[in-house]
Design a protein around this ligand. Structure first.
Ligand SMILES: Nc1nc(=O)c2c([nH]1)NC[C@@H]1CN(c3ccc(C(=O)N[C@@H](CCC(=O)O)C(=O)O)cc3)CN21
Ligand SMILES: CC(C)C(=O)C(=O)O
Ligand SMILES: [Mg+2]
Length: 319
């Protein structure tokens, strides 16, 4: 016991051993399909670091997404388009150090795949290589706007990635990386039947490309229900209603980590912001009132004889 306590690594391990799921093997795509076939909702949440990923693991979430919403929800950027690949990979690695049952997915950040298929393939490989725990990539795919018949570039890239054995989830509907092309964060496929058909066709094309799943963001629930019924791969929704195969939310929204409202498609399940500010205030109040730290509870003792020797030495030196 004495020896364990002295070893700093063992001490840390003891601190974290309160996570009871440390040895659980992560879920695979087959496990997700089994839930889909059994019509059990698949649960997915974002995480951006080791601690929030460990919370999601302990809560037994099926899928953790290292989303590029990281830019806005953890790093203070105004848009998801601002984050770079190196910055993003750093967070993927931290999330992947968590242990537990979740299948880990990662976003392809804006600017890391659009210039060429080769660059996109390289980016996807570099993300998969962040950790053996990364199970697949998610890529935002547009629906041709206006009269364009041109196939979306991301759809071609999704095909290429699938053909190279990289699991891909296609993200359609509201695609935040294309916020300027879409004139803001708005519901997609609600204004015209043509737009709704476009989203359905894109979902079908992604299934044909070999995507193992499709994510629908901010789409009228009648349209997403229709898509979920027609496809034979799991559909994950955010602002897409209850008729899809699973749900995803941003963890900082779920926990209420920021003051104010969350987007309509999300829900706060608590108020971690208020709780955190309150707890930090308690701490600073206690420091100001000198009631923290408590020497008996938080302090360390020196043996009487060593203390006297210390004073003795100083007295000797002063002579
Ligand atoms: N905190 C947070 N949660 C998210 O889910 C999220 C982000 N940030 N940032 C990246 C993307 C952007 N998302 C968003 C952001 C805002 C709306 C939004 O304001 N929607 C309007 C409805 C728009 C309409 O009526 O067309 C709303 O009233 O909430 C939607 C999706 C989802 N993602
Ligand atoms: C909101 C989800 C779908 C996402 O793409 C993200 O968190 O970046
Ligand atoms: Mg994203």
């Amino acid at each position: 016991m004495h020896r364990i306590a002295r070893n700093p690594l063992r001490l840390l391990q003891r601190c974290y051993s309160s996570y009871p799921i440390g040895n659980t093997q992560p879920k695979t795509i087959s496990d997700l399909y089994a839930k889909y076939m059994a019509k059990e909702p698949i649960t997915m949440i974002t995480a951006y670091d080791f601690i929030t990923a460990s919370w999601a693991q302990e809560a037994n979430c099926d899928v953790i997404l290292v989303g590029d919403s990281l830019a806005m929800c953890a790093l203070g950027y105004e848009s998801t388009t601002e984050i770079g690949l190196d910055e993003f990979r750093y967070h993927v690695q931290a999330v992947c150090r968590s242990r537990g049952p979740a299948f880990v997915m990662v976003d392809m950040p804006f600017g890391t795949f659009e210039s060429s298929i080769e660059k996109g393939v390289e980016t996807a490989i570099s993300l998969m290589k962040c950790s053996p725990r990364v199970g697949g990539v998610k890529i935002e795919v547009g629906t041709p706007q206006g009269d364009s018949c041109e196939q979306d570039y991301s759809l071609k890239l999704a095909t290429e990635l699938c053909s190279r054995g990289i699991p891909v989830m296609g993200h359609i509907g509201l695609t935040p990386q294309r916020m300027h092309a879409l004139s803001g964060f708005k519901v997609q496929g609600s204004k015209s039947a043509k737009d709704a058909v476009g989203i359905y066709r894109t979902a079908q094309n992604l299934q044909d490309a070999g995507c193992f799943s499709v994510l629908l963001e901010c789409v009228p629930h009648k349209v997403s229900n229709f898509i979920a019924e027609k496809l034979h791969i799991p559909t994950i929704g955010i602002g897409a209603g209850a008729g899809v195969s699973g749900q995803v939310l941003v963890q900082s929204d779920v926990l209420g980590m920021m003051p104010g409202k969350v987007p309509k498609l999300a829900q706060k399940f608590g108020d971690l912001h208020a709780q955190s500010v309150g707890m930090i205030q308690q701490y600073t109040n206690d420091v100001t009132a000198q009631s923290f730290p408590n020497n008996d509870k938080n302090g360390f003792k020196i043996k009487e004889d060593i203390w006297y020797e210390f004073l003795e030495r100083l007295a000797q030196e002063a002579k």
